[in-house]
Write a protein that binds this ligand. Structure first.
Ligand SMILES: NC(=O)c1ccc[n+]([C@@H]2O[C@H](COP(=O)([O-])OP(=O)(O)OC[C@H]3O[C@@H](n4cnc5c(N)ncnc54)[C@H](OP(=O)(O)O)[C@@H]3O)[C@@H](O)[C@H]2O)c1
Length: 295
């Protein structure tokens, strides 16, 4: 089977390149721009005809959509483009797959929640209530894919990091190695997700054709729960940056354009039971990512 990966130069897309090496399937890695030294076919997913052409030319039967407008704060001032990339482009991919009887694996976010106060892990059927443009446009993407009516797997994830691109882990590795003191919020909790673990799950679903008969929305993160403060403490510890004094603080010390969910824990029961998964604990995955970063 031929599988097309979009946004292949981002965090998750780069991990998809790693996990799919040696697959019996053929993967085609695409992104809107080239990166020197990385083999990438150019594809702008806001262009439906361009998607149709590449799908037809390569007889693509599955798309993994790793592309998105992911800058949560910037999206507040860039609503139209965020909607185009997170909603319309997702619909384009769903349409292109429906036309050839293929499947779309699409990634969404815990930011589709946030407006409702909750303090137990959130299941897939909880009422969505985004607090900002990013979450709203990602929710529109989910709704558009469902409305197209083809085969799809939507995976909502949270707190994604990897050894590629910009992310919290890399920022904190830098800050805890250069600053004597750091304050990090302890009143927002969630679960970090190593993009390599998510890529492995996507690969398992595709390689085993496990998407068949399982169209729907699923939640995925690593196991466990922590605050951004706890997360930072472990990043510093695993990196050996013990000289930095890390202190907890409240979110109001770091005003932001978007209200971030104070409790953002996803319930993963459905994805675990449907695909028979065992998910790594967040500190084990963090340790592995830092080791991979040092390679
Ligand atoms: N990051 C998180 O914490 C987080 C949390 C929850 C869910 N998610 C979701 O997880 C998925 C993967 O996130 P990520 O962090 O891996 O994203 P990322 O690193 O920002 O990568 C996204 C990729 O998409 C590319 N792209 C932008 N516009 C495009 C277009 N028109 N056509 C094709 N590609 C385009 C980007 O290129 P440029 O860099 O050149 O723009 C980038 O290479 C997304 O759906 C995101 O919403 C992320």
């Amino acid at each position: 089977m031929n599988i097309l990966v979009t946004g292949a130069n981002g965090q998750l897309g780069s991990e998809m390149r790693i996990v799919s090496k040696g697959s019996k399937d053929k993967y085609i890695f695409t992104d809107v721009v080239d990166i020197p030294g990385v083999e990438t076919t150019k594809l702008d997913i806001t262009n439906l005809e361009a998607i149709r052409t590449i799908v037809a030319e390569n007889e693509v039967k599955a798309i993994v959509n790793c592309a998105a407008y992911t800058n949560v704060d910037k999206a507040e001032d860039d609503k139209d483009f965020a909607e185009l990339l997170n909603a319309k482009a997702a619909e384009n991919l769903a349409l292109a797959m429906k036309e050839v009887g293929g499947v779309l694996v699409h990634i969404s976010t815990d930011y589709v929640f946030g407006g409702n106060a909750y303090n137990t892990p959130c299941t897939e059927d909880a009422a969505e209530n985004p607090t900002g443009v990013y979450g709203l446009t990602k929710l529109h993407g989910e709704q558009a894919i469902k409305a197209v009516g083809g085969q799809y797997i939507i995976i909502r994830t949270a707190w994604l990091y990897s050894e590629f691109g910009k992310n919290f882990v890399k920022t904190m590795l830098n800050l805890t190695s250069t600053k004597p003191q750091l304050k990090v919020v302890f009143d927002q909790v969630g679960t970090p997700t190593y993009a390599l673990d998510l890529a492995n799950v996507i690969f398992t679903i595709i390689e085993g054709r496990k998407y068949e008969g399982n169209t729907g929305i699923y939640h995925f993160s690593n196991e466990g729960v922590c605050s951004w403060f706890d997360f930072t403490k472990m990043i510093a510890e695993y990196a050996g940056n013990t000289q930095c004094d890390i202190q907890p603080c409240h979110s109001d010390e770091f005003p932001s354009k978007v209200i971030r969910p104070s409790y953002s824990v996803l319930d993963k029961s459905k994805i675990k039971s449907t695909f028979n998964l065992s998910i790594p604990y967040w500190t084990d995955s963090l340790k592995l990512c830092i080791k991979n970063l040092k390679k």
